[in-house]
Design a protein around this ligand. Structure first.
Ligand SMILES: CC(=O)SCCNC(=O)CCNC(=O)[C@H](O)C(C)(C)COP(=O)(O)OP(=O)(O)OC[C@H]1O[C@@H](n2cnc3c(N)ncnc32)[C@H](O)[C@@H]1OP(=O)(O)O
Ligand SMILES: CC(=O)C(=O)O
Length: 526
């Protein structure tokens, strides 16, 4: 592995600026501070905090960052534009906000496409060069390090190579450390990016960076092509957040550089934090992480097909491109109707069971049969575990013996519907009859069940239903269709998913509820 850590190679995170430009993302200052801390834990060299002066939140972020952020690895960068046309850099209020941000690094976005200068800035090509020169020189004189984001560089290079290069040369001569070439519209492909970056490196002799958007689905590939052609500064965002289709996913870029291309760009060992950091950031943004995200997705090392599992039993690398631990992820075996005996054996081992051949055979057959009837075990690990225990121990774990249940829903004119459930069961040697109320039938059943056994099993007060999903499986049958219910429950420390299937949605829900309770109590017993 070649080490290019420190200033030899820049890993530059723009989650808090370009990432925040993603549709639907709205980060508070506290969110931004939390994300900065998480991203710092990955060991990136730079964190772009936002555009001070452009909005009160970003201005406040930089003020609070000075007091509250104690970054171990990253330096904070403030983003902003070159001065306005016809205004001295020292007199431009947005440049002043960059200068006063307290950030040691300022990343200036500048036009490098002649068409944009004329149409968007509505100024001359000469004035745009002066805007770049003056703003870089002003901030350098104030003691800040300056990086240039050359907006629309690749399109500009195609239309007017000389002018695009002139913008970069002007920035370098005024003291910029880096010229990051931006594929702002995201329309490039890797070979095109490689050719342009190679030419820019040779023509300017300056340090070249890369900032790619994902509109062709090539943001990561384009970034790697740029590095291959001589770029030593890569920009990207956690989880690929960003304007339109997003930016290059920084974790994927870094993992490819370290694990595939043998270039160490993060402090030793920190790539193992990647999965934790990516998911922690997703918690803050409140955007569910994409399960199929390369390296860090929950499906990145999940194996479903029976043939895959049978080979993995011999050697996981037969169906894995790397050891998931390298990015802090885990291998998972999924149980479904595509499982073969090897899948069941490995899944059993993952859950702590060494299954003999006959049990494996029985479990495989039952899984295939139940899946054909609508169950899904890959999404309901807890129900699968109960099935496994039943086959190993010969008896399905049970904490209650249900005699009957009944639920009614009543609506009165101008009042909201309420449900009432009656549950009769035996538990702890006694017969218990309880009623529970709820805003719906499942809620009422859950409430009755809890009342019935909360004295006997007080730990159930911690159990909380956090997700409830219903799916109609054979839609052609209308209201007579088979219904599948998935319930996710938490005890505050972890969560588990159970499944129920039936012609009746309440029957399916009851089945999933009982499994949820049984699994939770069994886990607390263990
Ligand atoms: C490619 C990118 O993603 S770069 C990052 C883009 N991010 C954002 O735009 C988010 C933050 N932006 C904002 O809050 C606002 O747009 C502000 C505060 C920056 C400017 O707001 P306003 O003054 O109201 O201007 P508005 O947004 O309408 O237009 C942008 C102005 O900046 C000018 N401008 C655009 N790029 C540059 C540049 N590189 N250098 C100097 N001026 C620029 C435009 O010509 C336009 O000028 P005009 O007001 O004379 O027409
Ligand atoms: C600067 C930037 O975000 C872009 O050009 O895409």
């Amino acid at each position: 592995m070649t080490s290019r850590t420190g200033d030899l190679f820049h890993v530059y995170d723009t989650t808090l600026r370009d990432g925040a430009q993603q549709e639907g993302l709205n980060l508070s200052v506290a969110d931004k501070l939390a994300i900065a801390r998480h991203v710092d834990g990955l060991g990136v060299g730079f964190i772009e905090g936002g555009w001070p002066g452009a909005n009160p939140k970003d201005t406040e972020f930089f003020a609070r960052a000075r007091e509250e952020l104690d970054l171990r690895h990253a330096r904070l960068a403030a983003f902003g534009a070159t001065r306005r046309a016809g205004v001295a850099a020292a007199d431009d209020p947005l440049v002043a906000a960059l200068r006063d941000s307290g950030a040691g690094v300022v990343t200036l976005v500048a036009k490098s496409h002649d068409r944009h200068v004329e149409l968007a800035l509505r100024t001359t090509l000469e004035e745009n060069l002066a805007m770049v020169r003056d703003t870089v020189a002003h901030l350098r004189a104030e003691g800040q390090r300056v990086f240039l984001d050359a907006e629309h560089f690749f399109d500009g290079y195609r239309d007017n190579r000389d002018y695009a290069l002139e913008v970069l040369r002007t920035a370098f001569e005024a003291g910029a450390d880096v010229a990051a070439l931006c594929d702002t519209n995201g329309g490039m492909l890797p070979t095109w990016v490689g050719d342009v970056v190679g030419d820019v490196v040779a023509a300017t002799g300056g340090r070249v960076g890369i900032h790619c958007h994902n509109d062709t689905g090539c943001a990561v590939a384009n970034t790697l092509a740029a590095v291959d052609a001589g770029a030593t500064h890569v920009q990207g965002t956690l989880n690929g957040y960003g304007e339109r289709t997003g930016n290059a996913d920084l974790v994927t870029v870094v993992a490819n550089l370290e694990l595939k291309l043998g270039t160490e760009v993060l402090p030793a060992g920190l790539l193992r934090e990647a999965t934790r950091v990516a998911h922690a950031v997703a918690e803050v943004t409140n955007v569910p992480p994409a399960s199929r995200q390369p390296y860090v997705g929950t499906s990145a090392f999940a194996h479903k097909a029976g043939l895959h599992a049978s080979a993995i039993k011999v050697d996981p690398f037969l169906y894995q491109h790397m050891d998931p631990e390298g990015v802090g992820n885990d291998m998972r075996l999924l149980v479904s109707d595509m499982a073969g005996r090897a899948s069941i054996e490995l899944k059993g081992r993952e859950l702590g069971f060494e299954l003999d051949a006959a049990t494996v055979q029985r479990v495989t057959a039952r899984v295939k049969d139940l899946e054909a009837r609508g169950f899904t075990f890959e999404a309901a690990d807890a129900s699968f575990e109960l099935l496994l225990v039943e086959e190993v121990e010969g008896l399905r774990p049970a904490y209650v013996e249900v005699e009957s249940w009944r639920v009614i829903t009543e609506t009165r004119i101008a009042e909201e519907a309420v449900s009432e459930a009656t549950v009769k069961l035996r538990a702890g040697g006694a017969r218990i009859v309880v009623t529970g109320e709820g805003n719906g039938p499942v809620n009422a059943l859950d409430s009755a069940l809890r009342q019935a056994i909360s004295q006997l099993y007080p730990e159930i007060v911690k159990f909380e239903l956090i997700d409830y999903k219903v799916r109609i499986l054979d839609q052609g049958h209308g209201t007579d269709a088979i219904t599948r219910v998935l319930i996710e429950t938490t005890d505050g420390e972890s969560s588990w998913v159970t499944v129920g299937v039936g012609h009746n949605v309440i029957e399916a829900s009851w089945m999933a509820l009982i499994d949820s309770l049984t699994f939770g109590l069994r886990r607390h017993d263990a």
